[in-house]
Design a protein around this ligand. Structure first.
Ligand SMILES: [Zn+2]
Length: 313
């Protein structure tokens, strides 16, 4: 089965033509600063036309379009519900009409982190498992759950997709979601510069003179032996391990999969989180597997096949 797949991130969109567990072609589009989803649609349609080798609206062998958005999405109604500063017009954009009228294809919408979990479950680190938590460490923190082979969604489509907003700290930092001390507010791409700036004796660290601090800079200074960078890295690892224990207690997974660009340092991250989780998670049945994602940036694109397949006869 062939389908189109769109993974819409904060700074770029990846469009793909997917056949089962293979990406036949893909391309990356820049996201304009306007942050408007409606403004992206014509460019996305043009991209699908290039990838599909045929005219849009589509009349060929493609079965549908799957699209992942970094907002809360009601899969069953096929629409975005709430955004957190990203694509603020997503809930007012009629994606179903766009799929029907402009693309000529059935369209399926999902939260991007859930779609990545579908991809990893179908073709990556989650193959063979039916109970999975996936944590994506990026600009924010994605925390999604699959239980008994089904994505957890809940009454308002919020269940099992905002795990990065589990609180890990009393009196913690204000989060973009309106809560306090969320994992994402304590150790994510957006909160790391705030964390570094406030760290005790930060002036003694090369990080203090770093203009754009990301996890790459933090892990590289820590690897060089900078004491302050090591302290901050340890704090971030503890935040991630703490939220993992929370997600294990909430969702009872067999495996926790970690994705995101920072997993280039998986050799440091995974053993640290695994030992914390094995020590502190209450799992009398045994030990939760802790693994790195296998599909990288392609995870969400490959989630298209199971999304579209469920609508097939
Ligand atoms: Zn939050």
């Amino acid at each position: 089965m062939k389908c189109f797949s769109i993974d819409l991130g904060g700074t770029h969109a990846t469009c793909g033509l997917v056949e089962d567990d293979k990406i036949l072609a893909s391309e990356i589009l820049e996201v304009e600063n306007s942050g408007s989803l409606a403004a992206m649609l014509p460019g996305l349609a043009e991209s699908l036309e290039r990838l599909g080798g045929g005219k849009i609206p589509h009349t060929g062998e493609v079965s549908g379009v799957a699209i992942g958005l970094p907002v809360i999405v009601d899969f069953y109604r096929g629409k975005a519900l709430g955004s957190n500063g990203k694509y603020v017009d997503a809930d007012k954009t009629d994606l179903q009409a766009w799929g029907r009228e402009s693309l000529g294809l059935p369209l399926f919408v999902e939260n991007d982190a859930r779609m990545a979990l579908l991809g990893e479950a179908y073709a990556g680190a989650g193959r063979g498992f039916e109970n999975i938590v996936m944590i994506t460490l990026g600009t924010g923190i994605g925390g999604v759950a699959m239980i008994e082979g089904k994505l957890l969604r809940g009454k308002h489509a919020q269940a099992g997709c905002i795990g990065g907003h589990l609180p890990v700290k009393l009196d913690g930092r204000m989060c973009t979601c309106g809560a306090i001390g969320c994992a994402e507010a304590e150790a994510s791409g957006w909160s790391l510069p705030l964390l570094v700036r406030e760290w005790k004796n930060i002036e003694e660290s090369p990080l203090d003179r770093c203009e754009n601090i990301g996890f790459r800079e933090l892990f590289s200074e820590a690897a060089r032996g900078d004491r302050i960078a090591c302290e901050i890295r340890e704090y971030c690892l503890r935040v991630w391990a703490t939220v993992t224990v929370g997600l294990v207690h909430a969702y009872d997974p067999e495996i926790v999969i970690f994705g995101g660009g920072v997993m280039k340092s998986a050799d440091v991250i995974l053993p640290s989180i695994e030992s914390h989780v094995h020590k502190y998670a209450w799992t009398p049945w045994g030990k939760v597997a802790v693994r790195a994602a296998e599909l990288g940036n392609n995870a969400a694109l490959l989630g298209a096949t199971p999304m579209v397949a469920q609508a097939q006869p």
